[in-house]
Structure formats: structure tokens, C-alpha cells
Ligand binder design. Structure first.
Ligand code: ARG
Length: 396
């Protein structure tokens, strides 16, 4: 049995109870690792809470920049949407947390890594497979999977042990948030037929008073670098774009999702920044990628999303797909104009100095430079096989 454990600590009820429970039941020393991935909140409070719960040490890592650069950026370049809709919000933050758990385990000489996930979700898979990939020698502990406490039991346990947690029995949702968006589960949402109550939404409340608004996103090599001509680091740019699109009440997802562990679950997400940027980026690819590359990438994107959803961030196929995607992004440079209006955000225009749009080839006006005579032979040969086949059908 492990002696020293590094715990992925969120400051929430389960991980706070886990600190004390592991110390009492398993006699281990717990180092709490809290990672700032843009979820907001006060990390001084989180730190104090971990210590109050009985952690021997607390590490707080601000990895917003690292998260944006190493995890969100590849997801955007992959236009990653699991099951065509979910921009991998929680799936993306787990591997960066894993990276820091392993680092802390080495720093503190821990022999195990623990997380506060239940046995029903995807996050346990992402933590455990991720740790196995980076540090196969570390033991993995999942106290929530073994303790058998209901939510009310956990609240009672926290009260009994003077662990300060800011949940009440009345707040029914399970929320996971980072700079790429927000996942909302549980409570009334567990009935997939029920509409999500308006109060579950915080990032996509219609507040904009203007009837419409445009914003221009500048991309360089597949990454957004500026909005309306103002350069911004990516971890801020996502929130900036999301703040605007969200203020028009746009950026919500309500779906039944296929978890890796075989469960269908009702998921509600808010990801106005992620959805707007993926839409803009994918649109710019339409202008800048050669057709075969573009189509091959469209085929591989769902696979990339599925791998990351399944917890295989650190895996050979994911690395190989990244190499392909990186190669495709060299000329994904240009500008996309987004228009936000009540309840929606759309692409209104795009341009690029390295785009493949050739006005002379495309136009039906006088500037036409297309060699019309070439078309006849091309189409004849292109259709020759079908023509031969059709002739046989007629004969037979
Ligand atoms: N279903 C989503 C996913 O698997 C969201 C998970 C949210 N996690 C949470 N602990 N509430 O990526």
C-alpha cells in the first residue's frame, strides 16, 4: 500500500472528503494538487480548504497558458467535436492535470496518484490511463470508487470532520469548468426529455443589447492570435470571443452522450468561445487547405476527438494524428469575420493572403481566366467508367 499520495484536488466536496478519508482509512499522507485551468474561483480558498481537510501539503499550479498552448490549441486545430458536438471541455483538461500530478509525485516522492472520480464516468479513465502513460510505476487510487458514500453521506462526513465545503443539499448540479467551456450534469438534467432550466447557464446568458455585432478573428498557422486587430494570448482570446458570443445567448449544447464506460448520459455544455473558434477555424481551412488534405483531415478529426475523449491523449495514434494535423496547418492563416446576433453566431466572411481561392478561376464575370475548353475532355474521361457501365446495362 502506498504511503504518500498525490491527489487531484478541485476544492469540491468529493476531493475534500477524499483528503481526510484516505488519511484515516488508508493511513496515507496526502499532497493535494490544485490546477488552475481557467475554472475561476479563489485558489487561496482552495488551498486553505485542502489544509483544513488534512492535506500534508498543497500545490497550486496556474497552468492556463500551458493548457491553452499544449491542449486547447491542438484541439482547435483538430476542430475536435466528440460525437460531432462536444468540444471536449473536460476531456482536454485531464491530461494537463495528469502532467502536474506526475510532476508533483516526483517532487514529493509520492508512490501513488489519486483522483476523486466515480466509477461511472470518463474522467477516471483519463486520469488513470494518462498516469499509466507518463509514470507506469505509480499506483492509482480512486477512493470515491470504493467508499460507497452517497452525496448526503459525504456532506455529513465533511460536517463531522469540520471540512469546510460550500455545497448545500439544494445545489443539485455537478459542474466542471475550464477556459474551453463548462460541463453541467445531474439533478433535473438526468431526464433527457426535460429542458435544462435557464439557471444552469452562466456563460451563455443573453445580455447583449445590440441587435448584432461582428468580430474579426485573425489566425496564424491554424491558431487564433488576434481579435479585431488586437493581439491576445490564446488563453485570454478564448474567453474574449466566448464572452461576446455568449452574451448573445449562443454556445449551448444539450445532448445525450456515449461515455467510454458504456453509459449514455445527458450532458449540457456551454462553450461559446470554443464553438465560435472551431467554426471560424474550420471555415478558414475551407479556404486554405488543398482539397485532398482538407477531406482527409475531415475524416481524421472525429477519430482525434474520440481518442482524446477516451483518455488516450498520451498515446501513439494520437501523436501520429497530431503530426498530420500540424503539417496541414502551415497555411491556415487569414481572417474570419464572425457575426453575433440574438441566439446565434455565424461566419459572415473570410479572407487569406495564402488562400486557394482564385477569383479569375471562380468568377462568372469578364475577368474569367478558366480554360473552358479543358473541361470537356476532363469530364468525358471522368465519366468514362460510368458511361461504359451504363452502356452494358442497356445491352444486357
Ligand atoms: N461528459 C463529459 C466528459 O466526459 C463531462 C464530464 C464532466 N466531469 C465532471 N466531473 N463533472 O467529458
Amino acid at each position: 500500500m502506498a504511503k504518500k499520495v498525490v491527489l487531484a484536488y478541485s476544492g469540491g466536496l468529493d476531493t475534500s472528503v477524499a483528503v481526510r478519508w484516505m488519511a484515516e482509512e488508508w493511513g496515507v499522507e496526502v499532497v493535494a494538487v490544485a490546477v488552475d485551468v481557467g475554472q475561476g474561483g479563489d485558489f487561496e480558498v482552495v488551498k486553505a480548504r485542502a489544509l483544513a481537510a488534512g492535506a500534508a501539503d498543497v500545490v497550486v499550479v496556474d497552468c492556463r497558458e500551458e493548457y491553452a498552448a499544449d491542449f486547447v490549441a491542438p484541439a482547435l486545430r483538430a476542430n475536435a467535436l466528440y460525437e460531432g458536438r462536444y468540444p471536449l471541455v473536460s476531456s482536454l483538461s485531464r491530461p494537463v492535470i495528469v502532467r502536474h500530478l506526475v510532476e508533483a509525485a516526483r517532487t514529493f516522492g509520492a508512490d501513488a496518484v489519486a483522483h476523486g472520480c466515480t466509477g461511472k464516468g470518463n474522467d477516471q479513465v483519463r486520469f488513470e490511463v494518462g498516469v499509466r502513460a507518463l509514470a507506469p510505476d505509480l499506483e492509482l487510487l480512486a477512493p470515491v470508487r470504493v467508499w460507497g458514500l452517497t452525496r448526503d453521506d459525504s456532506i455529513a462526513y465533511a460536517e463531522r470532520h469540520d471540512i469546510p465545503v460550500n455545497v448545500t443539499r439544494a445545489s443539485p448540479y455537478s459542474i466542471d469548468e475550464n477556459l474551453w467551456g463548462k460541463a453541467i450534469e445531474c439533478g433535473v438534467l438526468e431526464d433527457p426529455w426535460e429542458s435544462p432550466p435557464e439557471d444552469v447557464y452562466t456563460l451563455t446568458r443573453p445580455t447583449a443589447t445590440a441587435s448584432s455585432r461582428e468580430l474579426v478573428v485573425t489566425f496564424e498557422a491554424g491558431l487564433p492570435v488576434a481579435v479585431d486587430g488586437v493581439a491576445m494570448p490564446m488563453h485570454e482570446l478564448v474567453g474574449h470571443v466566448g464572452g461576446i458570443a455568449g452574451s448573445y445567448g449562443w454556445g449551448r449544447i444539450d445532448m445525450v452522450e456515449s461515455r467510454r464506460v458504456g453509459i449514455k448520459s445527458r450532458e449540457v455544455y456551454e462553450a461559446p468561445g470554443a464553438l465560435a473558434l472551431i467554426m471560424a477555424h474550420a471555415d478558414l481551412e475551407g479556404l486554405t487547405l488543398e482539397r485532398d488534405v482538407f477531406h482527409e483531415k475531415l475524416r481524421l478529426e472525429p477519430r482525434w476527438a474520440e481518442l482524446v475523449y477516451d483518455g488516450l491523449w498520451f498515446s501513439p495514434l494520437k501523436n501520429a494524428l497530431d503530426a498530420f494535423i500540424t503539417e496541414t496547418q502551415r497555411y491556415v492563416t487569414g481572417e474570419v469575420r464572425l457575426r453575433c446576433e440574438a441566439g446565434r453566431c455565424t461566419v459572415a466572411g473570410r479572407r487569406s493572403d495564402v488562400g486557394l481561392y482564385d477569383y479569375g478561376l471562380a468568377t462568372y464575370e469578364a475577368a474569367d481566366s478558366f480554360r473552358h475548353a479543358d473541361a470537356e475532355g476532363f469530364v468525358r474521361l471522368f465519366g468514362l467508367g460510368v458511361q461504359t457501365w451504363a452502356a452494358r446495362q442497356t445491352r444486357a
